[in-house]
Design a protein around this ligand. Structure first.
Ligand SMILES: [Zn+2]
Length: 1040
């Protein structure tokens, strides 16, 4: 033992004196060891002994020589190679810096490899703090990223006289780092003026044998370090390393092969049968946009994937898994040559497509139909481009997983699921790594969380060991790791690590699942709960666009069946859907991205809305005739939802103005209105002397104080007060919202201790609509010097809810705005709408699992009910809720400053409603009313010749439990529609679907629109009998 840091004790033990003063027991029987035991906090002494010595005489990089010339040109945009090489390049040198942030510097590099290097492996070393892509003969050949430890490109593995020694290469340097350009910290808003330095550009001789030895020693050292002194392999690793050092003559490279063999002999020893096998496969988690814009992701894909191809060429057993059809589609159009190579490696089984979705989307907020489209677009793309579909859903990094996902996966041909994000839980440790996950309908998928608890595992010994240890009670041969791009060699030297594929790994799991546990319900992430609210514009864009695309598809479907001249806009709809799906990426829809991404996302939403509205107008015009230019006094009102609606609408008049009118519209159809309905109970509005106002519509009676708060809300039929004595509903509250680190992501439980009511009146309550078909009042209050709320509160005739049309001027820092409704309801659970259904969460905080859900997500409604009575909150673009005991709270706006310093600083408009109801929320049609708020009726002036009222309904369903969510043209089939329905009450139902359309054949199909049986359903008198189990999603293929 020649290291002074070791000392012998009386007991014959050696102790390692660490630099932090702590002594560590090492060994008692290695008297002649050359090799030191590594200290985690220091650079490995092993490296000093071996690398230090070897470096002295024959370093990892041997001879080097400068490149011949270097020139560059800067561009603010990301341009194609063909355009770049035509530009004028000016001289540059190593040490120069390039910028600003997000620009691109293209370099022309000319070099000549010295003839004297014949027989050597020659690399170009390129070290810069911007991400780079190397081009050779017009083809991208290597990604070069300093932060990714990838800084060299193999020019030749063994230089021959015949190969060209003089080359001209191009380097495309992105002026951003691996994680963007955060100012001060990774997630801070980007520094717009950063510059990126070129530190090195030279030719070197690469000593492969030295590289091999370094990895051998690193692995052995890590085994010794991390297995611990109780484990005999730890000693064996040390002995082997010691033998290697003794056998290694650094002045005689011919000894290196023998030294390498010593390591191999140790590492390749057979496992005992009880040992785990680690199934490792390459994966590279490329966020489709995050701390960099969408456009940069296209280049990130090229840089990463081209590097992967180089590894595959070198190692034919290397397998790389890759998800997200959108990224493939980008690479296909931007890098067609690279894409062809990827397809070839996919054919060989090395480049493995996984996931089946368009992007790795957020797992909470997209609607049920959006989630179906993620798979429909993804699986169809993979089928077209790679001749197969994915068998496993792959979503390592999103902020929780909807309890409806298992059924959606199963409907899209997927039975396996991989993620790991629940390892980020702040409070409770998720109990399983391999288990069945069961959704709200009872569908199950085999699920695996890699026990390394990361999607960025480097396949180091430490990770692999922790993986094996964390398996705990799971069966013994169960694990799946992932490996990075540059160092995949390391792990595969260990005998328990096997290069594998998802197919192999899951097949082994599936062979024996008898001992696996089942987790029922959502996979709730106990972190990042602010992401249900951050970037309100993105959330609103998502909801509005989901609704528009629904309407375009319904009306276009009806028009295509009814009118021969109408052409269903399938390619336009595919484009708009793909934009919407892209924005559902797991850092965009959650609002955890930088400002340029928000700008792109908003631009895409605007495109969907304007093109969607245009398509809708064309389809309506074709279906109904008439147009906005018509001057007739009658109107058509179109309803795309599958139930009859009675609502107050704003009706255009011949005089050019608009008048409120109560109308009735049939299910999935239209009414031609010549005369509005007379409300059975007109709304009565009474202003009181103290500034308060009373409104009543025969269903509800509501009292407001002068600051817009509800002091009383009575359900007249049930004779029940909703607001407890002394409390106020519609109470705005403001919280300090300072998370520990992840600003846009997190809201911490301690924010609840800072609640402050917002009630400083700017304009007291005043009546706007005096009653009749509508009563309404408005007021405004102040949040702070720079923020205020303006609200119109509406009670319509025949309407069972009070609606709050809200505008907020919001300029705050680290504040959270919510609105509260204390209720008289006592219940242990509240119900929240999720995709194609709902689930319950506790209103109490008994256990850590309960209180960790202090802020939760839901879609269009949440409900708190006791037997016979309840209260629901409905909304048109919000997702964050909390119900604690009897207080229902809707989360409205946050003010995080990272990664977008300007997040949510704007004018906001949104609508929510409160709906007390008799009976259960199912009996009270809460689900339908929440849809109504989100899917407005479409009003079109009728041609002057239309003079009689008429009704037409394309589809209706007998049972209120069943929702006809989607009507669209079937993919690749012009004469067929898909009608997607789901059971929304959580009940078993047999019902009838009525259609007035000339359906020739109806057959069940899966979510990918493939027929599930050959036997069609019988159609009698335009009716089809359908049956559903609780929360079942079923799709009908209707042929015409
Ligand atoms: Zn991610």
């Amino acid at each position: 033992m020649h290291d002074s840091r070791y000392k012998e004790t009386k007991q014959g033990f050696y102790w390692l004196c660490r630099s932090d003063g702590i002594e560590e027991k090492l060994t008692n029987n290695f008297p002649f060891l050359n090799v030191c035991y590594c200290v985690p906090s220091e650079e490995a002494p092993l490296r000093y002994n071996i690398k230090g010595n070897i470096d002295a005489l024959c370093r990892l990089f041997g001879a080097c020589c400068p490149i011949e010339s270097l020139s560059y040109f800067l561009t603010p945009s990301r341009i194609l190679y063909e355009n770049a090489v035509m530009q004028e390049f000016i001289p540059a040198k190593v040490g120069d810096s390039f910028g600003p942030t997000w620009w691109t510097s293209w370099f022309r590099v000319t070099l000549t490899i010295p003839k004297a290097w014949k027989g050597e492996e020659v690399h170009l070393v390129w070290e810069s703090d911007g991400e780079a892509l190397l081009w050779r003969n017009g083809i991208p050949v290597q990604g070069l990223t300093k932060e990714g430890e990838k800084i060299s490109y193999v020019l030749t593995e063994k230089l021959t006289d015949e190969e060209p020694h003089s080359l001209e290469l191009y380097v495309e340097l992105a002026c951003n780092g691996l994680f963007g350009a955060g100012q001060g910290s990774m997630i801070s808003a980007p520094d717009p003026n950063r510059s990126f330095t070129l530190y090195k550009a030279e030719l070197v001789v690469f000593n492969r044998d030295v590289h091999e030895l370094l990895i051998d020693f690193e692995v052995l050292s890590d085994i010794a370090k991390h297995l611990g002194i109780e484990n005999q392999h730890s000693y064996q690793a040390l002995y082997t390393a010691n033998k290697m050092v003794n056998a290694c003559d650094v002045e005689d490279r011919s000894t290196f092969a023998k030294v390498h063999r010593l390591a191999s002999d140790f590492l390749q020893q057979e496992n005992g049968k009880s040992q785990h096998t680690v199934h490792a496969m390459g994966h590279c988690h490329i966020d489709t946009a995050w701390l960099w814009p969408y456009e940069e992701t296209i280049r990130k894909c090229a840089r990463s994937w081209v590097s992967v191809l180089r590894l595959m060429e070198k190692n034919p057993s290397f397998i790389f898994t890759c998800s997200q059809a959108q990224q493939f589609e980008w690479v296909k159009s931007w890098y067609p040559g690279l894409y062809t190579q990827i397809q070839e490696f996919a054919e060989k089984g090395q480049f493995v497509i996984v996931g089946g979705t368009w992007v790795e989307m957020d797992g909470n907020l997209p609607s049920g139909e959006s989630m179906v489209r993620q798979f429909l677009q993804g699986q169809r793309f993979f089928q077209q481009e790679f001749g197969k579909q994915c068998c496993e859903f792959w979503l390592p990094d999103t902020f929780g997983y909807s309890a409806q996902l298992p059924q959606i996966m199963q409907g899209c041909g997927i039975t396996r699921f991989l993620t790991q994000k629940l390892s980020w839980n702040l409070v409770n440790e998720f109990p399983h790594h391999t288990f069945f996950w069961e959704g709200i309908d009872g569908s199950r998928v085999l699920t695996h969380f890699p026990p390394g608890n990361s999607y960025e595992m480097k396949c180091k010994v430490e990770e692999d060991l922790s993986t094996k240890i964390k398996i705990k009670a799971d069966p013994p041969i169960r694990y799946h790791g992932s490996s990075p791009l540059s160092k995949c060699d390391d792990a595969f030297r260990m005998r328990w690590v096997k290069q594998s594929s998802p197919e192999t790994f899951f097949s082994i799991l599936e062979a024996d699942t008898t001992m696996l546990c089942t987790w029922v319900g959502e996979l709730f992430l106990e972190l990042h709960n602010g992401s249900y609210t951050s970037q309100a514009k993105i959330k609103k864009g998502n909801r509005k666009c989901e609704c528009i695309l629904h309407s375009v598809e319904v009306v276009s479907s009806l028009a295509s069946v009814q009118k021969d001249t109408f052409e269903y806009p399938s390619s336009q709809l595919q484009h708009l859907w793909r934009l919407l799906l892209l924005n559902q990426f797991h850092d965009v829809l959650p609002g955890t991205c930088i400002q340029p991404v928000v700008e792109d996302a908003v631009k895409f939403y605007e495109e969907i809305q304007s093109n969607g509205n245009e398509l809708l107008k064309e389809a309506i015009q074709c279906l109904l005739g008439g147009s906005e230019q018509e001057t007739g006094k009658n109107i058509h009102v179109l309803n795309t939802l599958s139930w009859e609606r009675t609502e107050v609408i704003s009706m255009p008049r011949l005089e050019g103005d608009e008048v409120l009118a109560l109308i009735k519209v049939p299910s999935v159809g239209f009414a031609t209105v010549t005369k509005p309905l007379v409300p059975p109970h007109p709304v009565i509005v009474n202003s009181q002397g103290d500034g308060s106002v009373l409104m009543e519509n025969g269903i509800l009676k509501v009292a407001f104080d002068s600051s817009g708060r509800i002091t009383s809300l009575s359900h007249l039929l049930y004779k029940r007060e909703t607001i407890p004595d002394g409390c106020c509903g519609n109470q705005f509250v403001l919280f300090d919202d300072v998370p520990l680190y992840w600003d846009a992501w997190d809201v911490m439980d301690y924010h609840l201790e800072t609640r402050k009511p917002v009630s400083q009146v700017v304009k007291p309550l005043e009546v706007v609509c005096p009653g009749g078909v509508r009563g309404s009042v408005r007021y405004s209050i102040r949040i702070s010097d720079s923020s205020k709320i303006r609200q119109e509160i509406i009670l319509d005739a025949c309407c069972p809810y009070v609606k709050f049309k809200t505008e907020v001027e919001w300029h705050e820092a680290h504040k959270f705005l919510k609105v509260e409704f204390p209720t008289t309801v006592h219940s242990l659970n509240a119900t929240y709408e999720i995709q194609f259904g709902h689930l319950q969460r506790p209103t109490h905080r008994n256990t850590s699992w309960d209180w960790a859900r202090f802020e939760v997500w839901g879609h269009k409604w949440a409900d708190l009910s006791e037997h016979g009575f309840g209260v629901a909150i409905l909304n048109d673009c919000k997702y964050g809720y909390s119900v604690h005991r009897n207080i229902m709270t809707l989360s409205l706006l946050r003010a995080p400053k990272a990664p977008d310093a300007t997040a949510d600083m704007d004018h906001h408009q949104f609508t929510y409603a409160i709906m007390p109801h008799a009976g259960s929320f199912q009996e009270a049609n809460v689900i339908q009313f929440a849809y109504n708020i989100n899917y407005p009726l479409h009003i079109v002036p009728a041609e002057p010749s239309v003079s009689a009222s008429s009704f037409w309904s394309a589809f209706s369903i007998q049972s209120p439990a069943v929702v006809l969510e989607t009507i669209k043209q079937a993919e690749d089939r012009q004469n067929a529609l898909v009608a997607r329905l789901y059971e929304s009450h959580g009940s078993t139902v047999v019902t009838w679907l009525h259609t007035s359309l000339p359906v020739k054949q109806a057959i069940w199909c899966d979510l990918l629109e493939q027929p599930m049986t050959i036997k069609p359903l019988s159609i009698t008198d335009f009716q089809i009998q359908l049956s559903f189990t609780p929360f079942q999603i079923r799709s009908l293929l209707l042929t015409f």
